[in-house]
Design a protein around this ligand. Structure first.
Ligand code: PEP
Length: 251
């Protein structure tokens, strides 16, 4: 069964003390919210991962925002999937548009990172999404299909079960310009069909596909009501516990 998921991507925000406090606030809000209809994940910066893990209980999982493409060795500044596993971090985000754009992470690099993550037993939140020009020229289906094929379709059907897909149109990230629920649903349905064509309907139906891009406490409800939107990857609104919990409880 696919799971509904709301994941907060903190990006490069918060001091260590602020991050631990945010984790505690999110955890307290989740605990007092009762039975939830989604899994909750927070993705703090690498430095904060172990302290944030200690600050949350069983209802909040912790994710890295990235991992290295190589297993180990002379890669200054990198953090490997094996290190994340050794710190009991169950998830990593891979392929966020900021990594693709600012750090030149190609589909080939992202495929290697995904391989490292899965080889170390991590689950992967794999981000895809078109830029504004690609939306405007109608190429967005080709773009997301290419990102899935080149970043993920080297995996076996069994490996693919550890993948969560996050559709994040780049023009909607951090811009306050959310995709409409119809726009998002259209692409989510296309992503699920693309997965079904490769791995079969059962795998596709079991894959959680999250929407990201200015998702907030005001629009989450409408977005999450769409049949192929299984939750959200939340940037800005995940930095304030009150806002984040409203998105979590939008299911
Ligand atoms: C993101 O960076 O994954 C994101 C969706 O950011 P925001 O919610 O701020 O648009």
């Amino acid at each position: 069964m696919k799971r509904n998921i709301v994941a907060g991507n903190w990006k490069m925000n918060k001091s260590l003390a602020e991050g631990v406090q945010l984790a505690k606030d999110v955890n307290a809000a989740v605990e007092s919210a009762g039975v939830l209809k989604c899994d909750v994940i927070v993705a703090p910066p690498f430095l904060h991962l172990t302290e944030v893990s200690k600050a949350v209980g069983k209802k909040v999982a912790v994710s890295a925002q990235n991992c290295a493409a190589e297993a180990s060795g002379a890669y200054t500044g990198e953090v490997s999937a094996a290190m994340l596993k050794s710190a009991n971090i169950p998830y990593t985000i891979i392929g966020h548009s900021e990594r693709r754009t600012y750090y030149g992470e190609t589909d080939a690099i992202l495929a290697k990172k995904t391989g490292q993550a899965l080889a170390n037993g991590l689950k992967v939140i794999f981000c895809i999404g078109e830029e504004l020009s690609q939306r405007d020229n109608g190429k967005y289906f080709d773009v997301v299909k290419g990102q899935i094929e080149n970043g993920l379709f080297q995996l076996s059907a069994d490996e693919f079960k550890s993948i969560v897909v996050a559709y994040e149109p780049v023009w909607a990230i951090g811009t306050g310009r959310t995709a409409t629920s119809e726009q998002a649903q259209e692409v989510h349905a296309f992503i699920r069909k693309t997965i079904a064509d490769k791995y079969g309907k059962e795998v596709a139906d079991d894959t959680s596909i999250l929407y990201g891009g200015s998702c907030n406490e005001n629009n989450a409800n409408e977005l999450f009501a769409q049949p192929d939107i299984d939750g959200g990857l939340i940037g800005g609104a995940s930095l304030v516990a009150d806002k984040f919990i409203k998105i979590v409880t939008a299911f």
